[in-house]
Design a protein around this ligand. Sequence first.
Ligand code: NAP
Length: 249
Amino acid sequence: MFDFTGKTAIVTGAGSGIGEAVALELAAAGAHVIVSDLQSDACAHVCAAILDRGGKATACVADVADPQAHERLVACAEDTGGLHLAVNNAGIGGAQAPTGDYPLDAWRQVMGVNLDGVFYGMRAQIPAMQRAGGGAIVNMASILGTVGFANSSAYVASKHAVIGLTKTAAMEYAQKGIRINAVGPAFIQTPLLTNNLDQEMLDGLAGLHPVGRIGTPEEVSALTCFLLSDRASFITGSYHLVDGGYTAP
Ligand code: NAP
């Protein structure tokens, strides 16, 4: 559907869930994907899947909460000829507790990954995209970037902040050939959910979506790849839902 031939893309959190689906779709459409995650086996697994299908990929272990790690990812992309696309996707759910009891270390951890990780990513990626003549970035937010969710204050605050950060950076680079958007998935069938919730809770979450189910990583990837593609050439600074109607009521 899209053609990313000749482009290099960084995808963080690409070893699982939504990031894995995005990495596979970008590679299938011709991109060289820098597959980045915390664990080397997760990176290797996704790289192998891409290479098996005849695609191009490089594994790069990186903790998005570390600004230096993003410099290494960009260097890795520039070794392939330049950085054109980036998906700042890595994220964690964090502790579940009411705001008055929310653990301080959990707050810092969630902000470090979900918010600082996106800022550090763009701070390293944007100059590289300028060197490459332009590019496109998608930051993975959430429906919880615009609505609240009890007992998840750190996650909700981090995702609201990602949307503001996205809009601000997009305004700064709109005339410099770099488009920057945020995506807001509702609940998606990935290990982030399935490792933390039992089937009864998953069924309860499905009922919150007017379509009657939770989403798939591929449904989030389809929107993400569209926003990265030239088909989205007039789209920047905006937040795009893929939520089965969750926020419609
Ligand atoms: P996932 O399956 O848990 O995948 C996230 C990946 O990111 C994992 O491989 C994880 O590694 C990695 N990661 C965690 N911390 C990292 C760090 N500090 N640096 C680099 N990588 C790190 O989760 P997902 O559901 O695909 O989520 C992807 C993004 O979508 C997140 O930003 C999430 O907030 C967002 N999102 C998800 C949903 C949903 O319902 N699933 C809904 C809305 C938004 P480990 O497994 O080793 O921790």
